[in-house]
Design a protein around this ligand. Structure first.
Ligand code: ADP
Ligand code: MG
Length: 477
């Protein structure tokens, strides 16, 4: 009542998703970290139908395992949720497209994707202690500056975050601080780190951290319970407001409106704002122009995808934090080499490998690692596209991407084209005719010839083979 129809529609899946997150939190407490991370954490809310909610599970095997071992507990916890009435749980194998390219997936309505799931899994925790906890989200104790590994891809974002955290007044030119980057690259981690730092060093400053999704949820609740005024006052009384995953409010007009006013009120009062998104302010779709332009007012810092060195550093740091894990260096390098998508998956892979070894009581080897991670490895493999290869190769040899499609036979464009064809064969699962088509409609025999030629050069020309080695590394990082 009192709530416009479109808002009601907007919220049903939200409520179900939030309830699922609470169930997930409880599962983590009930089964402990190792079991949770290996089996239960990957269960994601994937939408609802008339009488059930869909929970996605990455593989068939995992579904069987969960059906055998955990489904009763899951059902019991689910049925304890108020909104669960009339919604039975259905475990579905994850849509492989969602699995493969979580970065490219836009936020689909209110469906919780891997993208915002982890950040929000703890946000709707029961038993609020005070209003900030109730309105905001609890901070993750692991997400501190100390635990953040800095490398080239994230050094700007890290420096900006430190700056904002360490200066007790507003940092000129850094308001708002807008951090953006693909999923799992450390945005939430950096935000939490800022919040921890301020809480510790300037406890008098009021820091409010929450996801844009929760902002929306709080806002809708406030409207429903006629607490809009208290909502506004609360958000406008903080010293530092942090909103995570702002892309979530795209298309949600009333939430955007409220966000915009909150934003302006805080900036007017010289309060610090920190905001993250999955892309730069100007690229955010479904967000009003005036909001986008505000978001880009201050310092905009992006986090690039990880490099091999950074992944290695992160793995080493995580392993040091695990007291009892012994992992061969070969396996560590293998993971850094293969799990290139993002840090979250990298961590997940490491945890799965360790959990598996603990469960079966056998040491970790390259073979068991490959076995335990086969689904992840496949998904990571598929991520390199022919376009990526063409771009990378063109820039490496200083030719135009359009030369990849042209029929010019001059050596300085024909050789790079052959290299790109060879790498397309090596790194994608596309067939020779398909590769030919993507290079401006060449015949499959042309591709075959290119592959042979490049193989030949690799074995005879040392410099060339080093070149290719480097290109391959770049593509996989
Ligand atoms: P995002 O918010 O960008 O999607 P998160 O901040 O949730 O990503 O990061 C995903 C996971 O990866 C977290 O567990 C985080 O601690 C870890 N992580 C990301 N970047 C780093 C880093 N540079 N050093 C250590 N851990 C990292
Ligand atoms: Mg995040």
């Amino acid at each position: 009542m009192g709530l416009p129809q479109y808002l009601q529609n907007e919220t049903m899946d939200d409520l179900l998703a939030a309830a699922w997150q609470r169930v997930s939190n409880k599962l983590s407490i009930r089964f402990g970290d190792a079991v949770f991370r290996s089996w239960l954490k990957p269960l994601l809310f994937a939408g609802s139908a008339a009488s059930n909610i869909k929970i996605s599970v990455p593989t068939r095997f995992m579904r069987e395992w969960i059906n055998k071992n955990y489904i009763d507990d899951i059902r019991t916890l689910w049925e304890a949720e108020a909104v669960s009435e009339g919604y039975a749980i259905e475990l579905v194998i994850a849509d492989s497209t969602v699995n493969k390219e979580p970065i490219a997936q836009p936020q689909q309505g209110n469906i919780i994707t891997a993208q915002n799931w982890q950040a929000d899994q703890a946000t709707l925790e029961a038993a609020p202690l005070d209003i900030d906890v109730q309105m905001g989200a609890p901070l993750d104790p692991r997400y501190t500056f100390e635990n953040f590994v800095v490398g080239k891809p994230n050094e700007l974002a890290h420096a900006a975050a430190r700056r904002v955290a360490e200066t007790s007044n507003i940092v000129q030119g850094c308001n708002p601080l807008f951090l953006y980057g693909g999923v799992g690259l450390g945005k939430t981690h950096l935000m939490n780190a800022i919040a921890w730092h301020i809480r510790k060093n300037s406890p008098e400053r009021r820091v409010l951290y929450l996801s844009a999704e929760k902002f929306m949820y709080q806002f809708i609740r406030a409207l429903r319970f006629k607490e809009a005024l208290a909502f506004k006052e609360h958000f406008r009384s903080v010293d530092v407001l942090m909103i995570d995953d702002v892309q979530f409010i795209s298309g949600k007009d009333s939430t955007q409106e409220e966000f915009f006013h909150t934003f302006n009120a805080l900036v007017d009062q010289n309060k610090q704002l920190v905001i993250t998104g999955d892309r730069s302010p100007s690229d955010l779709e479904g967000i009003e122009e005036r909001v986008r332009s505000r978001l880009g007012w201050g310092l905009v810092a992006d986090i690039h995808s990880t490099s091999y060195e950074l992944r290695l550093g992160i793995l080493q740091s995580k392993i040091e934090q695990m007291s009892n894990a012994s992992i061969p260096q070969k396996v560590v390098e293998f993971l850094a080499h293969k799990i290139t998508s993002n840090v979250r998956e990298l961590e997940g892979a490491l945890n799965r490998v360790v959990a598996h070894a603990t469960l079966v009581g056998r040491p970790i080897t390259l073979e068991t690692t490959q076995e335990v991670l086969h689904d992840l490895l496949r998904a990571n493999d598929r991520r390199i596209s022919i376009e990526d290869i063409q771009k990378q190769v063109a820039s490496h040899y200083n030719v135009k991407v359009s030369d990849m499609h042209s029929a010019r036979r001059a050596r300085q464009v024909a050789r790079p084209r052959q290299v790109a064809m060879y790498l397309s064969k090596k790194f994608t699962s596309k067939s020779l005719p398909e590769i030919g088509r993507r290079f401006g409609g060449k015949d499959h025999t042309t591709v075959m010839h290119a592959v042979k030629k490049v193989e030949e050069l690799i074995s005879t020309d040392h410099e060339f083979s080093q070149d290719l080695e480097m290109l391959s590394r770049l593509l996989q990082s």
